[in-house]
Design a protein around this ligand. Sequence first.
Ligand SMILES: Nc1ncnc2c1ncn2[C@@H]1O[C@H](COP(=O)(O)OP(=O)(O)OP(=O)(O)O)[C@@H](O)[C@H]1O
Length: 573
Amino acid sequence: MSRAETGPLTRLGVPLVVAGAAIVVGYLFSVGLDGYFVYLGMSAIVAGIALLGLGVVTGSAGMVSLCQLTFAAVGAWVVSGLNRIGAPGGFLVWLVCGGIAAGLVGVLVGLPALRLRGINLAVVTLGLAAAADLTLVQIQFPGTVDGVSVDRPEAFSDDRNYFWLGTIVLTVCCLLVHFLRKTRWGSGWQAVAFSERGTAAAGASVRTSKLSAFAVSAALGGVAGGLLTGQVGLAFPASFTAMQSLALYVLAIMSGAHLIDMAVFGAVLWVAVPELLKRWGVPQDWGFVVFGLLGTHALTTGGNLGTAVRELWRRRSKGAAGVELSAPPAEVDMPPPGEPVLVVRDLSVSFGEVKALAGVNLSVPSNGVLGVIGPNGAGKSTLVDIISGFLPQATGSVELDGRPLNGLSPTRRARAGLRRTFQQDRVPAGLTVGAYVRFVARRRLSSSEIDEALEFFGCPPAKTPLRRVDVGARRLVEVVGHLLARPKVLLLDEPAAGLPHEEHVALGLRLRQVPARFGVSVLLIEHDLDLVRSVCDTITVLDFGQVLASGPQAEVLANPDVLKAYMGETELL
Ligand SMILES: Nc1ncnc2c1ncn2[C@@H]1O[C@H](COP(=O)(O)OP(=O)(O)OP(=O)(O)O)[C@@H](O)[C@H]1O
């Protein structure tokens, strides 16, 4: 099977062809539809752009934002204001200005998101939307008092042409989101939604990921608001209420608006549900009840329409992809271990009464693999957390290649060349294998470099979506990403967890070659002694947070204290 990612022609060509087709269909609708449907269609376009934005912040980056129409109001305000003063450039330039202004407001609103999550963030953003509601009623939009309506571009001045312009703007916004999701920002959104710790361990900034998601989402909201102002001529606060923001959020969650087609589908629902209710003689506000029920279903089941349909399709097409390690790796020349590259001195940390680690010293030689073993609760994961900067309250010192790391955040340690993997799955399901590896590696990689590394660890091809990869293989994809970052040291926290036992030694043969093949030294935490034996020349044993023994493998595994403390003599021998 070819391991290559999709080629540049497919990556660029297919979206551009689809976009071209959408613009043509938009034109055909603009000339062929009844005038009332053109009006409804324009409303759907505005909702679609706002939903696309919500898809970025909620669906991709996993944050709650209940003030999308407040951002739309900012866009509407800027367009109305620039129109009112007759600013140069015309409508399209004002629209861009509205988007930028809303994006900047989005960054400000995103600042609390750096500390708040879930219900707290919901309260803050909904509070902001409610406050904006009241303020807009007080101050009014520019031009409403004196009745100066917004000038559309000359070529798109009638409703039919304006609808076509809306289709073009929506298409451009869809392309923008599509391509942004393929950049580091986009990967960062997915990563931060799944695990902030995993994001930081990849040397990516959690702050940048969150703020960029809010900025892009708000900017799209601003464009939607500006476009709405051009549609109706004058902006009114009633179009941007907190209640509507809430309903839009529910719709985004229910439809799965992080998927571009579902954002468009959600927009159709946004317009069609109230319209159908009107035709059936039911009050239109009941539309909120319908969205509320659908949203409650989505939130309680944790799914959404778009993902459910795709899952159904995938289940019909293929099963989960796993690891294939049966063939032994080719021999390589192994350089002898050198001077210590990671030196850890006197590490201690307590959790209340529990002394998780007390005065631990160890060092990882360059070109070497140090094994750290110990019974459950011995402090192994705590050790990795401290070294990688996730437990800043710990005492002691960590030096990497002679550089003290104390006081550095996990992101900075990762960028300094100290990487780690996690015992729990921290790999975001929304990316492909290749996109995730590029994100974690943080450097320019050729496709062949990625393919070779994936193949060496028996991982699925780069183009495989991670949601189709089983948990054992995902852990190894994580290892590959960090190795391709070429750090000085990689801390591996039970990399074999999730693999069938018969694959453990096969993985060990590969881990042993890591210093030679990737130029990376390794600290390996593992429960499986067969694997540790096959990889590590030197071993440190932890017990109750202290070093019980340390030194060459044979010596340590024969130590009577280790035999007694670790697992029982017979199992070790
Ligand atoms: N956040 C925490 N709060 C309180 N106690 C903790 C916390 N993290 C770890 N501990 C305690 O610290 C000790 C060491 O835990 P740690 O997870 O590092 O052990 P481990 O050797 O990695 O175990 P395992 O092999 O089961 O993963 C345990 O007693 C654990 O209960």
